[in-house]
Ligand binder design. Structure first.
Ligand SMILES: [Zn+2]
Length: 268
């Protein structure tokens, strides 16, 4: 599914399959409408005008016998980024799964598959955020791993880029063009893969992919991690693959900006 993910100019990726000629137009329409509603809610929240919709007694009672959320959201567990608040949504609107650094495991994937299969959500949002402590912690862990291995990650990251490599975390290994740096990243990827920490294995691989693309700032680490999380989700889940292929599901990536309260849209 990697053809559906692109990372151009550091601020855009697309994990959406779009074929308006296919039949489940209503699902695609629903996904667009849902995402638009969520972004409108975020605009209200960011400017201090949150309406806190559908959080009243009547809404609660209307949902006693079932839920029909339009969106699933996989986000970081960070206490500053609760999706329902920053999208100004209400009860029954969003099915949320949250882990530190929005990393994946079987429970996360199974929960999202449940949202798609049993609840019929047409939109899946993978939401990272600015100043992610989980990402920052893994950056520090990578520095320790590199130091212990006698590797200067900063120098590898700063290595001169040969020709105009396309910045694409999926295919970057083929484009980096620097064999010494490639060796360093091969070693680092092996060390990260052998870590006891699932956070280091997951976010660490994303950070290394970003560094290998000479994207060496925390903002880019966070963006690349969102892109790679979407890629991993699709690769690991037949249900999500089938949802995308049949136009019943749209996946978008986004990053919440703590400094402004706004959502940086990375896909869709
Ligand atoms: Zn975080």
């Amino acid at each position: 599914m990697t053809d559906n993910i692109r990372y151009d100019d550091g601020d855009f990726l697309n994990a959406q399959i779009s074929n308006p000629n296919d039949n489940p137009i209503s699902d695609e329409y629903t996904a667009n409408a849902t995402w638009g509603r969520m972004l409108q809610g975020n605009a209200r929240f960011a400017c201090g005008g949150a309406e806190h919709p559908r959080q009243d007694k009547q809404t609660r009672e209307s949902l006693i016998d079932g839920q029909h959320p339009d969106a699933a959201v996989l986000s970081c567990s960070d206490s500053r980024v609760p999706p329902e608040i920053l999208f100004d949504q209400g009860l029954g609107d969003m099915f949320t799964v949250r882990t530190a650094g929005q990393i994946l495991d079987d429970a996360v994937i199974g929960s999202l598959e449940y949202a798609v299969t049993n609840l019929g959500v047409s939109l899946l949002v993978v939401l990272g955020h600015e100043h992610c402590g989980a990402i920052g912690g893994v950056v520090a862990q990578l520095d320790i791993i590199a130091d212990n291995a006698g590797i200067d990650l900063g120098a590898a990251c700063a290595a001169e880029v040969t020709d105009s490599a396309i910045i694409d975390p999926v295919t970057l290994n083929e484009n980096s063009g620097d064999s010494d740096a490639d060796d360093v990243f091969d070693i680092m990827n092996d060390l990260v893969a052998a870590s006891d920490s699932i956070l280091v294995r997951s976010a660490g691989a994303s950070i290394l992919a970003a560094r290998e693309a000479r994207l060496c700032g925390t903002d880019d680490f966070e963006r690349v991690h969102i892109a790679r999380t979407i890629e991993a989700l699709v690769n690991r889940s037949d249900i999500l693959q089938q949802g995308l292929a049949s136009q019943r599901l749209t996946i978008v990536g986004a990053r919440y900006l703590l400094t402004t309260g706004e959502i940086e849209v990375l896909s869709f």
